[in-house]
Design a protein around this ligand. Structure first.
Ligand code: DC
Length: 227
């Protein structure tokens, strides 16, 4: 008999706390944490670095064959992104790369290019995967689906703090504007738009701190996965 691997899909808009919570949950459960936004960021980074315009579909698609992406997991258990052999884990976190990722992720060909890589991980590991379309497209049969959200203002505040801690301070108003625009683009694109799967549980963390959010998430998982 094939071994059973469990998959937990966490989708939601930028800054809802998906990655921090999913990482903590993965550590708690001993599951592999897969941050799929990092893959789109890596594609965006490559296109921008090679002088391409991420908003121009032809310029993005022509570069896809030159892109080799690999994910590795360090001793710390954290996901590292390799772009043609170079570790770009840090570089993809720069604020400009968020915009590139949002643009390239709108092209169906880019999404198709990255689909197998994501599914392959779930075939061979217990995973917690976070993104925008995990419960709807990548892993429609996931054992647990959570749609994690928070108000745009709360998300902008959290992102502001996060960037500040990384030594990249940004203006709150500008960030709120960027988040609102990105939400709109991510949920209105034709290809795999951000939307809650019908069978996903909605978790709004606007009024919850980290510990309370993690407990709420854990309760949802425990109802569906024998731990
Ligand atoms: O989660 P993030 O901010 O790192 O994601 C970067 C961009 O990638 C975001 O604008 C939406 C896109 N994305 C996507 O389209 N599908 C995913 N599964 C993950 C991210």
């Amino acid at each position: 008999m094939e071994p059973k691997f469990y998959s937990i899909a966490i989708d939601g808009p930028a800054g809802a706390g998906k990655s921090t919570l999913a990482k903590a949950l993965a550590a708690r459960l001993g599951f592999l944490y897969v941050d799929t936004g990092a893959i789109y960021r890596t594609v965006g980074l490559f296109v921008a670095r090679s002088g391409g315009d991420c908003g121009d579909k032809a310029q993005v698609l022509i570069r896809l064959p030159e892109i080799r992406i690999a994910m590795t997991y360090g001793e710390d258990g954290l996901q590292h992104m390799l772009l043609n052999g170079e570790d770009v884990t840090k570089a993809i976190r720069e604020n400009a790369v968020s915009g590139y990722a949002s643009l390239v992720s709108a092209y169906p060909e880019v999404r198709a290019f990255l689909l197998d890589m994501q599914r392959a991980l779930a075939r061979t590991h217990n995973v917690i995967m976070d993104g925008r379309d995990i419960g709807t497209v990548v892993l429609p049969g996931a054992d647990v689906k959570v749609f994690l959200t928070a108000s745009p203002e709360e998300r902008a505040k959290r992102r502001c703090r996060e960037l500040e801690q990384r030594g990249q301070p940004v203006d709150y108003r500008q960030l709120l504007e960027e988040i609102t625009q990105r939400d709109y683009a991510d949920s209105h694109r034709a290809a795999a738009p951000l939307k809650q799967a019908e069978d996903a549980v909605l978790l709004d963390t606007s009024a919850l701190d980290f510990d309370a959010s993690l407990e709420a998430l854990l309760a949802i998982v425990k109802e569906r996965v024998p731990l």
